[in-house]
Design a binder for this molecule. Structure first.
Ligand code: ZN
Length: 154
């Protein structure tokens, strides 16, 4: 993993389909699928998928740089890297404890429940929710499906 003081710039490409081979330090942004995909910025090569939804990641594009809000925590990868992207610059964050990851998952599920079940469609995010966790192997659709399963079990 690269050091936290190293300035690391990333590129972005607006694409319809994400290629099989991902260039390092590049965000592939599919508006059509509302998804951003990149190769883990630590360099380990794992494919990181961040769905854009009101309760997942948010993308900002100012015409030159991109920002992805809520951090990317690759807890399920061996590297366990954790970073966020602001104005195409990578900021490294510390690894989280298991407890913190689990607590954050619970908060996230509750937010999704409020958003999709109550119909208020208000992504009630505050400061403590903003540092997100990460589900690298799921699309937004897969996540919603799992959320529905989770809700139907209650
Ligand atoms: Zn990595």
């Amino acid at each position: 993993m690269r050091g936290p003081l190293r300035a690391q710039l990333i590129e972005h490409r607006f694409v319809e389909f994400v290629p099989e081979q991902l260039e390092p330090n590049t965000l592939y942004i599919s508006m059509h699928y509302a998804t951003v995909v990149h190769s883990c910025l630590c360099g380990c090569g794992q494919r990181v998928i961040t769905p854009l939804t009101p309760t997942d990641w948010h993308l900002a594009y100012d015409g030159e740089t991109v920002s992805l809000s809520r951090s990317v925590g690759n807890w399920s990868f061996p590297c366990r890297s954790h970073y966020w992207i602001e104005h195409s610059r990578v900021h490294w964050a510390g690894a989280w404890s298991k407890d913190k990851i689990h607590a954050n998952r619970a908060v996230d599920l509750e937010l999704k429940r409020r958003f999709y079940e109550d119909g208020s469609r208000k992504p009630v995010l505050d400061e403590s929710d903003a540092q997100g966790f990460h589900r690298p192997d799921e699309t937004a659709a897969g996540w919603r499906r799992r959320l529905r399963l989770w809700l139907s079990r209650r």
